[in-house]
Design a protein around this ligand. Structure first.
Ligand code: FMN
Length: 382
């Protein structure tokens, strides 16, 4: 086996028998008007689906107060679940798997997205730079939101998802509870202790697990990724505690985003990543997905060195619908440098990206057209 083949070895993740180690990372694309996933979204996911490959959906709104950006699909009602079913069916038809990412943005929202135009909610009333100060959730409201996570897990099952990934990363609501910079509560959900700051996360997890088996539940976290004002002086102890506890749940996978690599910043080599602090905390059957700035080469090395079981790919999967095939066959990638169309719009810069084979076909056509005499009407037809 060559080193490159390692990305194309099978691995069991939860109930899924994956045939390769490349997953589509969750990517918000803001193309679901009225908060309902639609047939264009299904086309987008189907384009990226592969036999035995895992796709993670874009963050999907999992509570009335959860939304923070336009045209994000939700997963709270039967209609919204039916909208998502178009995508899950399309992915399954290609032999692929798809998890729903359950997302509550907390203080990253704006009153315009909130029921009754109220202030966004968070662990505490500390504002995110450039945004209105949120209001701190009461214990009763926390319980309501936990109930909405449970409902979303139920809807995800109805929608045909293979599992759910709880979005606990990137300075959104769960991270706002976890991190000292955004949680100054004095009750059982804060008061400085790591155990208290993690209470919301584990309540959410327990609620989701009351709907789905652990083999269909995953969580995404971003230790050390200082983003959207979420950071803690005790980050190493915090995430050591969280991951050690998560290891007892037999979850499908834990998904960590690299601390500085990724969509926003660049950083040290993956082999020197600070995520290595947590190496060995998780155990079978829970698998580890790492995402952020990975290439064919660095993904191969991470799997080979046992730093990850599966690698998530974000931006490169936007511009390369056939990313997996291009990696498998060593084909050139379409660059993703231009973020135009990342968020919002229609088919353009969404389902419009071509596969390698389509690009070659077009090139051939252009070459034929450009040949001298090409396009001239044959004399016999005059
Ligand atoms: C357009 C865009 C949308 C994203 N949306 C989400 C999201 O909904 N949920 C999430 O957890 N991360 C989201 N991310 C982060 C990606 O999942 C990924 O961690 C990041 O792009 C780094 O991976 P990459 O270097 O392979 O692109 C988004 C990133 C981009 C570029």
């Amino acid at each position: 086996m060559t080193v490159n083949d390692i990305l194309f070895t099978p691995v069991k993740v939860g109930d899924m028998q994956l045939k390769h180690r490349i997953a589509l990372a969750p990517l918000t694309r803001s193309r679901s008007p009225k908060e309902v996933a639609n047939s264009i979204n299904a086309e987008y996911y189907a384009q990226r689906a592969t036999d035995g490959g895992l796709l993670i959906s874009e963050g999907t709104t999992c509570a009335a107060t959860a939304i923070g950006y336009p045209d994000v699909p939700a997963i709270l009602t039967a209609e919204q679940a039916a909208g998502w079913k178009l995508s899950t069916d399309a992915v399954h038809a290609k032999g692929g798997y798809i998890y729903a990412q359950l997302w509550h943005v907390g203080r990253a929202s704006k009153p315009e997205f909130q029921p009754g135009g109220k202030k966004p909610v968070s662990a505490s009333d500390i504002a995110l730079e450039g945004k209105e100060a949120p209001r701190a959730l009461s214990v009763e409201e926390i319980e309501e939101i936990v109930g909405e996570y449970k409902l979303s897990a139920q809807r995800s099952r109805e929608a045909g998802f293979d599992g759910v990934e709880i979005h606990g990363a990137h300075g959104y609501l769960i991270d706002q509870f976890l991190q000292a910079s955004s949680n100054v509560r004095t009750d059982a959900y804060g008061a400085g202790s790591i155990e208290n700051r993690a209470r919301f996360l584990f309540k959410v997890l327990d609620a989701v697990l009351s709907e789905l088996p652990a083999s269909k539940v995953a969580i995404r976290l971003s230790p050390y990724l200082d983003i959207q004002g979420a950071h803690s002086p005790d980050a190493k102890e915090l995430f050591t505690y969280v991951l050690t506890r998560l290891a007892t749940y037999n979850l499908s996978y834990v998904h960590l985003t690299e601390p500085t690599w990724g969509a926003w910043q660049t950083g040290p080599l993956h082999s020197e990543s600070r995520l290595n602090d947590f190496k060995g905390l998780l155990k079978e059957p829970t698998k580890l997905i790492l995402t952020g700035g990975y290439t064919h080469e660095s993904a191969t090395i991470a799997i080979k060195e046992g730093r990850a079981d599966v690698i998530g790919i974000g931006r490169a999967f936007i511009t390369n619908p056939d990313y997996v095939d291009r990696i498998r066959n060593g084909l050139e990638l379409t660059p993703y440098g231009d973020p135009k169309g990342f968020y919002g719009g229609g088919r353009e810069n969404y389902t419009s990206y071509k596969t390698y084979a389509e690009i070659q076909k077009e090139k051939k056509k252009t070459e034929i057209k450009e040949q001298p005499g090409a396009g001239a009407v044959p004399a016999t037809h005059l």
